[in-house]
Design a protein around this ligand. Structure first.
Ligand SMILES: Nc1ncnc2c1ncn2[C@@H]1O[C@H](COP(=O)(O)OP(=O)(O)OP(=O)(O)O)[C@@H](O)[C@H]1O
Ligand SMILES: [Mg+2]
Length: 387
């Protein structure tokens, strides 16, 4: 059995930057039935977004002047960062990019509107292919949306392959900008959905009132006192009680959503609001988890927020709450690994969506393939070139 090497590139709703991984999987083309699945992390890199790019991405969440051209320019910049992140991860793994079979690139979501059957991920996969000279698999969500699904979440199939147990009822919760879960009952089919805000509101409130882009370890939230009245008001958002399939994004959970709720709570200190937002993330996650679940594993940046992990443990007692690191995959790498795996599934012409999760009318091979070319000796394009 030979390994096949894939890169996975994720830049999520937190707008913190680009996560890149290099993963080794059993070769999808020589794999025999019954082969046990494995996923070995060979390298990783994180390329933070420059502040100006983050601001432009935030601005593009809403309609504005000249947004078509602005989106196209940002897509070029993102493609350059995606290629750079792939190169850094390959270098860290001691590999040449040419040794990779493909790279799965999710793109940057700026609008998500499953009710109208579309979702917009800014990306320029052809430009990534031009930089790297290997196959690029991108645009993972469209096919599921075209088949009547939400187009999200797409990570549950990977969570099931990677973390499913024959004897334990597990739940995997990804706490990125938005939180989503995968329910994995033993011997049963996986299900999953988007829960609501993960870090997105915590980050937005921190940026408004503190230095920095996030509340490290949840220390600021821990200095405040959560308001049960504000928490109840925030939890009254209909999305939380909507039955799956469901998915969401910054389209719903944005600063204006929070500001509208805060209008009746003007006496609360900013730290108390932050404490309440942390409880909102913890409580909405705990409410979404099946009572039968025995083990809860957290991935995404939220796993590094000590105060949030502690609030989750309290809400879910006596179930165990741990980062996916204890299952052998670091919390920060899970989502990028999922897109490396989805690229592999696409090239093998296997479906990547779970209709029970997205609501699509059937399993579908996801994505579009931008073929690599013979690797030239041309230097990496500079950001902004070729406009
Ligand atoms: N030490 C930490 N303390 C508190 N929060 C942290 C810490 N490290 C990361 N985070 C949070 O995690 C966020 C980044 O998480 P992540 O990259 O998983 O989200 P994402 O980019 O939205 O990804 P995705 O959409 O794939 O879930 C940061 O914006 C921050 O809020
Ligand atoms: Mg991120």
């Amino acid at each position: 059995m030979t390994d096949a090497l894939y890169a996975g590139i994720m830049s999520g709703t937190s707008l913190d930057g680009v996560d890149a991984v290099i993963a080794a999987f059993p070769d999808a083309f020589s794999e025999k039935t019954g082969t046990s699945f494995y996923c070995k992390l060979r390298g990783s890199a994180f390329v933070p977004f420059p502040a100006a790019l983050r601001e432009e991405l935030l601005a593009l969440q809403e309609s504005g002047a000249d947004e078509l051209a602005r989106s196209a320019r940002v897509a070029n910049t993102l493609a350059d960062l995606y290629a750079q992140a792939t190169q850094e991860a390959a270098r860290q793994a001691g590999l040449a990019v040419a040794q990779l079979r493909a790279v799965g690139v999710h793109g940057q979501t700026v609008r998500h509107c499953p009710a109208e059957a579309w979702s917009c991920q800014l990306n320029h996969p052809a430009r990534v292919a031009e930089h790297l000279g290997i196959d690029v698999v991108a645009d993972f969500r469209s096919r599921d949306l075209a088949a009547g699904g939400q187009g999200a979440p797409l990570v549950p199939a990977f969570h099931a392959a990677m973390f499913g147990s024959a004897s334990k009822h597990r739940v995997i919760v990804n706490i990125g900008g938005i939180a989503n879960l995968t329910d994995l009952p033993p011997q049963n089919r996986a299900s999953g959905f988007d829960i609501g805000p993960g870090n997105v509101l915590l980050d937005a409130w921190t940026m408004k009132h503190q230095k920095g882009t996030f509340d490290r370890d949840g220390a600021w939230a821990a200095s405040g006192k959560a308001s049960s009245a504000l928490l109840a008001a925030l939890l009254s958002e209909p999305f939380f009680s909507k039955p799956p399939p469901k998915s969401t994004g910054r389209d719903l959970f944005h600063s204006a959503w929070l500001a509208a709720h805060l209008a009746s709570f003007s006496s609360l200190s900013p730290a108390d609001v932050q404490a309440t937002l942390l409880q909102l993330t913890a409580t909405s996650i705990a409410n979404a988890i099946s009572k039968e679940a025995e083990e809860i594993y957290i991935c995404g940046g939220g796993a590094y927020n000590a105060a949030l992990m502690s609030a989750l443990s309290i809400s879910l007692v006596p179930r165990t709450v741990q980062a996916t690191d204890v299952l052998g995959i670091s919390a920060q790498h899970v989502e990028a690994l999922a897109f490396a795996w989805l690229a592999r599934e696409t090239l093998a012409r296997r479906p990547g969506n779970l209709p029970a999760v997205t609501g699509a009318k059937g399993a579908r091979v996801l994505g579009a393939v931008y073929p690599g070319c013979a690797l030239s000796t041309a230097p990496l394009l500079q950001a902004g070139e070729g406009r």
